[in-house]
Design a binder for this molecule. Sequence first.
Ligand code: NAD
Ligand code: DAU
Length: 374
Amino acid sequence: MRLLVTGGCGFIGSAVVRRVLRTTDWSVVVLDKLTYAAEPRALEETAADPRYRLVVGDVTDAELLARLFAEYRPDAVLHLAAESHVDRSIDGPEAFLSTNVVGTFRLLEAALAHWRMLSEPERSRFRFHHVSTDEVFGALAPEDAPFRETSPYDPRSPYAASKAAADHLVRAWWHTYGLPVLISNASNNYGPWQFPEKLIPLALTKALAGEPIPVYGRGEQVRDWLHVDDHAAALLAILGRGRVGRTYLVGARAERTNLDLVRTLCAILDELVPNSPHRPHARLIRFVADRPGHDRRYAIDPARLEVELGWRPARSLEEGLRATVAWYLAHRDWLAEMRARYDGRRLGLGGAPTAGAEAAAAGTGRTEPEGTER
Ligand code: NAD
Ligand code: DAU
């Protein structure tokens, strides 16, 4: 099997590529633009494998895509390339529309042209799998049931809207042209090699430096945490055995408030770095102005994936977090190096006035003053 992985040098894409090369005899071509979020070193172990090739390029580049499909003739496409950070989408949405919407459109067009030229057996085996997010379903209230495959779309950030648009395009290419697609919507991933703009590696970077750990609002928002290797295993199960045209939700039933999660990280650090001058690390937690339009809660019901494909996460959140903190401790140099790409300053306040107005109108949101946790 020949697999084309877009965004394969990113956090999740690299975990998928490592898994494919370790556990299958497939060959893999990665198409990646190598944006700030990419880390080719996450694929160092695969570099010498003759089944692996990296093509540096943009998913919006139709000519490059046509050449790549003609030359490589993939049996399947796993589409992960995206702008992925909500806060950056608030400050600069255009890149999100370009990569996530136009990029998905161009990739669908290239895949369709390729698929139409295949023989009948090849056509029925071909898959286009779009890797998407639970954020397309909007925000849950604390008492709501978790998202299911039938949950209505209600994206609320520019990032979520761009991913929702991409999901709709992918479904349209299935219904209209018959391109054999799959869509998966996953919850918050964590694990090794995550760029330290996201909550867990950012909190660890700050804590290790003895700097304030920013928690948006009062830290009451809830996220449902999924280890990146469990996600990668789910993606391969869906790609291999998922029913064409279907959506699968991926989550590990591990909801936590942001404040609980950050406190847990601090406690693990206290234990694993007993001689740290910053212990107890929870003292570094600071409440800061909330994210504009901050979604209150995401939660996934993964029943379809469990029942239909027999997928289960291989680890609990507690085990996964411990291993993740240990990994970042062993890669402190990498974290420090990443500060040259992103110095840890607050992102995503660009849309504050509008979002504040919306929250006031809905009578739900509030922007907290900065303060220390008590
Ligand atoms: P990431 O930001 O770590 O990596 C994205 C990768 O895509 C990078 O290697 C980047 O260079 C590449 N890329 C960006 N723009 C490109 C372009 N125009 N052309 C080619 N390559 C480009 O993202 P991630 O966290 O690994 O997420 C991967 C996918 O999974 C995304 O589609 C994201 O929406 C989705 N997802 C992420 C999470 C999460 O918690 N991280 C959860 C659910 C779904
Ligand atoms: O739900 C899936 C999504 O999870 C993916 O589609 C996105 O690509 C991924 O980035 C992630 O989105 P979030 O916005 O949930 O992730 P982030 O790590 O940015 O934030 C997690 C929560 O922590 C969120 O409620 C905001 C909060 N937060 C974040 C940062 C960076 C803080 O309290 N402080 C911070 O400094």
